[in-house]
Write a protein that binds this ligand. Structure first.
Ligand SMILES: NC(=O)c1ccc[n+]([C@@H]2O[C@H](COP(=O)([O-])OP(=O)(O)OC[C@H]3O[C@@H](n4cnc5c(N)ncnc54)[C@H](O)[C@@H]3O)[C@@H](O)[C@H]2O)c1
Length: 281
């Protein structure tokens, strides 16, 4: 997809953090940005920011764990700003910071319901609109650097598993939609300033039990737990990186060059295991 101006983009979780950064980046490219969020007030605040900068947007309420809510958001988008050409399935949660033995089943269910099934449901809801615009159509799913490496020393097992799954889903989706001219990318950011932990606690539905993660925001200057790549990026810096990757139809959208070595170590380990399996070590 190389024609962005004048087209419609949808960003879930667009009311905060990385979603807000992507929304502002797309609006700067003259796209009409539908900012979809569980909390419509935060989506409205981002749309107001877009308008202040001379762009245009629409705030819609959407819960990515609900097919009904997403169907309503897709219908409202179609009716008010036309079929989307770009979908950023970005909403996600970090529900637990603790070793696996401390993860409850509810921690797993909440994490997977947003970070994996939420992405699948979002794509299902907006794919019919994207198909109307192909080949000027693209999907960006937000996974994490934690979808490529398992964040040693940072106990977020359910999150890592959900993000590996998001990467796998995105790779398959890319292969399956290529013939239709619809591009698919997966955004794998390192640490970006956001409200991820606080928002995840606030948003956790009753049915998924209580969350006992410490109050911690992913903000430089607060007191974050050790992170895989301890360099914070401003959310607004993510937008232009995503725009460039969409235009080039890159599979992985990478934000933190310093993470390269850790990813290479993972693949080196896999290569060594192949050598071992073939008896050549
Ligand atoms: N911040 C980081 O360091 C970082 C790093 C890698 C990946 N990510 C991923 O980036 C994405 C955005 O996270 P962020 O860090 O900007 O966090 P954030 O909490 O600042 O923003 C997430 C937004 O998603 C919304 N949201 C949560 N659950 C929702 C639901 N069920 N339906 C609709 N909206 C919902 C929240 O209301 C919030 O506005 C997530 O997928 C996260 O896993 C973040």
């Amino acid at each position: 997809m190389d024609e962005l101006a004048g087209r419609t983009a949808v960003v879930t979780g667009g009311g905060s953090g990385i979603g807000r950064g992507i929304a502002l980046g797309l609006a700067a490219e003259a796209m009409t940005v539908v900012v979809a969020d569980l909390h419509v007030e935060s989506a409205e605040a981002v749309v107001a920011e877009i308008a202040e900068r001379g762009g245009s947007g629409l705030a819609v309420q959407a819960d990515v764990t609900s097919t009904e809510s997403l169907a309503a958001a897709a219908k409202e988008t179609l009716a008010r700003v036309g079929p989307a050409s770009l979908l950023c399935a970005n909403a996600g949660v970090l529900a637990k910071i603790a070793p696996l033995e401390k993860h409850t089943l509810e921690d797993w269910e909440y994490t997977l319901s947003v970070n994996l099934l939420g992405v699948v449901k979002t794509v299902d809801a907006f794919l019919p609109a994207l198909r109307r615009n192909a080949p000027q159509a693209h999907i960006v799913n937000t996974a994490s650097l934690g979808g490529l490496i398992s964040a040693e020393g940072f106990p977020i097992g359910a999150y890592v598993a959900s993000k590996y799954a998001c990467v796998g889903y995105s790779e398959v989706l890319r292969a399956e939609l290529a013939g239709e001219g619809i591009g698919v990318s997966v955004l794998c950011p390192g640490v970006v300033e956001s409200s991820l932990v606080a928002t995840s606690m606030r948003n956790r539905p009753q049915g998924f039990g209580a969350q006992d993660a410490p109050e911690m925001n992913l903000r430089s200057g607060s007191d974050p737990a050790p992170a895989p790549v301890p360099s914070f990026m401003a959310a607004e810096d993510v937008g232009p990186i995503v725009v460039r990757a969409i235009r080039a139809n890159r599979l992985h959208v990478l934000t933190h060059p310093a993470a390269r070595e850790a990813v290479e170590r993972r693949f080196e380990g896999i290569r060594e295991d192949f050598d071992f399996a073939s008896g050549s070590d």
